[in-house]
Design a protein around this ligand. Structure first.
Ligand SMILES: [Zn+2]
Length: 222
């Protein structure tokens, strides 16, 4: 039997755990596998630097917003370019805004075959071994070394949410996909950055292989 004093002591301990000395909010932690992650499918696209925008679209030109994408501040622009490889070219490739410090082209594996290049699977921004490409705009053309990648599949998650579900930036997880073409996607990189929204980014070919479309829900494998 627990007496009154013991109950008092226990409730004090619980209270202290819930309201620690710094008055920090207590994190509600959850199982990784409970996290419901919506899919975002990325088609081939280009991020441009200010300098390259000037060459391709004219000095001082700016991107015209076509539609917002889920990640805050980013948008699909009306402007498109042509990508040219040693084999063939691909027209009408969408530019994603806003402008960045460095030009980056993201394509699929089959685009590699069409263009005749060998862009490696890399995280966005990791351009050391990225492929060379020629980009053609209405006002000019550029050729850039270390520019083209096949984007590594990844999960965008706000840092706070990542902490709650015991996930850390840069971590690789496996993801469960349901449905007729379902399976486990290994080597999915967690990107816990401020001003992000929970979403898993895959390319069109990964989406088709697993029968996934925008806003379908996947979960992290245990
Ligand atoms: Zn992304």
């Amino acid at each position: 039997m627990i007496d009154d004093n013991q109950i008092k002591e226990l409730s004090q301990q619980i209270w202290q755990k819930l309201h620690n000395k710094n008055n920090q909010q207590v994190l509600i932690t959850g199982e990784k596998s409970d996290l419901q992650i919506p899919i975002g499918v990325s088609n081939r696209h280009v991020h441009l630097s200010r300098q390259d925008m000037d060459i391709l679209f004219g000095q001082g030109s700016s991107l015209t917003r076509l539609k917002a994408v889920k990640q805050p501040g980013q948008f699909a622009a009306q402007e498109t370019v042509t990508l040219k490889g040693p084999k063939k070219e691909i027209k009408n490739v969408r530019i994603l805004g806003p402008l960045r410090s460095r030009t980056q082209v993201e394509i699929s594996v089959s685009d590699n075959f069409v263009l005749g290049i060998k862009a490696p699977i890399k995280m966005s921004g990791d351009l050391d071994k990225a492929e060379k490409i020629e980009i053609i705009g209405p006002k000019g053309r550029i050729e850039r070394e270390h520019c083209t990648i096949v984007a590594w599949r990844h999960i965008h998650i706000p840092p706070e949410l990542a902490r709650q579900f015991n996930l850390s930036d840069g971590q690789k997880v496996s993801v469960n996909v349901g449905g007729i073409r379902g399976g486990v996607m290994k080597n999915v990189i967690v990107r816990a950055t401020e001003a992000s929204i929970l979403e898993m980014h895959i390319d069109v070919e990964e989406a088709n292989a697993y029968g996934l479309a925008n806003d379908d829900i996947v979960t992290i494998a245990k």
